[in-house]
Design a protein. Structure first.
Length: 336
């Protein structure tokens, strides 16, 4: 279990952000760790084997328990441009690059200082076949990585980024609503099955044991590709990130979400059983008139139906609604 201590200063600075380059890193890790290539992972694996990404392929196949922080640049805004993050990779301070890759290659004390929860058995060196691709000048290494990330972005991620970010934004909005209704601790614990809020700490179920203290801010990063919660640079002030897999959520955003909007989508989802306007208003903390307005639009779109039972009118969603509420599958990434 890894304990992320959450004092008041860290909670006050807690925020969400989307990370284009961080999602590329997540795709590399997921494609490497998956026991067999899925529809989502297969194109990434093919790109890694194409010969166009020798440095990224070496890193991804070397040791994914620790990735150099260079590959997960801190997003400065909620939705930074990929060009800004690639520029951060290409211009990272040379000494920092060297320190990160020393930790990546050698393990031992160099890595344990960055990941103090890793046991000795998890501190082995990266495979020797990795070294020739990485042991170059620091300036050349960061430029290689930025160029390869840009090529991978153009081939694997750019065509699907609007769809992916729409899913991310819906996920963030839903969990913001949970925080408003149930408190921040409950909202954090609800992000993933491996998370637990207890005694002022966010506990991450893990094969490793350790503590992450300090008061510097923590940024939450949604990820489509990761299957587990990931810690990025958790000990570095201003760069600590917690990557949250959104595929594990039971409420993955359907394709219709950007059209319906958050409130209407929440109402529609709650109509798996018949409910009255009053019941919906109580459930969603809305005025009855507001619920009636949304229901009228859903009725017009043939997404809900109503049935009178004495003095009460009950609403429930239609077969059409059940079809469109099915989660959108991960995007089909193109073959290289």
């Amino acid at each position: 279990m890894i304990d992320l201590h959450m004092p008041a200063a860290r909670l006050a600075g807690l925020r969400w952000a989307i990370s284009p380059v961080g999602e590329l890193a997540a795709a590399l890790v997921a494609a490497t760790e998956a026991p067999k290539a899925s529809r989502t992972h297969r194109p990434i694996r093919a790109l890694l084997s194409s010969g166009r990404l020798p440095t990224l392929a070496a890193v991804a196949r070397g040791y994914s328990t620790y990735l150099p922080e260079l590959l997960t640049p801190a997003p400065r805004t909620f939705l930074p441009a990929v060009e800004d993050q690639l520029h951060a990779v290409a211009t990272a301070p040379a000494g920092t690059v060297g320190t990160q890759f020393t930790a990546f290659l050698s393990g031992g004390q160099a890595r344990s200082s960055r990941c103090p929860w890793l046991r000795d058995g998890q501190l082995a060196s990266a495979d020797e076949s990795v070294r020739p691709h990485i042991e170059v000048g620091e300036s050349e290494l960061r430029e290689r990585l930025a160029c390869e990330l840009h090529w991978l972005w153009s081939k694997a991620m750019a065509p699907h980024w609007p769809q992916i970010t729409a899913g991310f934004e819906g996920f963030v909005e839903r969990h913001g609503a949970v925080a408003a209704r149930e408190g921040l601790g409950n909202a954090l614990a609800a992000l993933h099955s491996s998370l637990l809020w207890q005694d002022g700490a966010l506990k991450v179920a893990s094969d490793y044991d350790g503590q992450v203290g300090g008061e510097h801010p923590l940024t939450l990063i949604p990820s489509l590709f990761l299957h587990r919660v990931g810690l990025h640079a958790p000990l570095r002030p201003g760069q600590a990130q917690l990557a949250i897999p959104i595929g594990a959520s039971g409420h993955t955003t359907p394709r219709i979400a950007p059209v319906l909007g958050t409130t209407r989508l929440a109402i529609l989802r709650s109509l798996t059983e018949p409910r009255t306007t009053t019941a919906l208003a109580t459930l969603h903390h809305l005025a009855p008139a507001t619920v009636s307005f949304h229901l009228s639009r859903l009725l017009a779109a043939d997404l809900v139906e109503r049935e009178r039972d004495g003095r009460h009118v009950h609403y429930r969603h239609t077969a059409r609604a059940r079809t469109i509420l099915r989660p959108a599958p991960p995007p089909d990434l193109p073959a290289p």
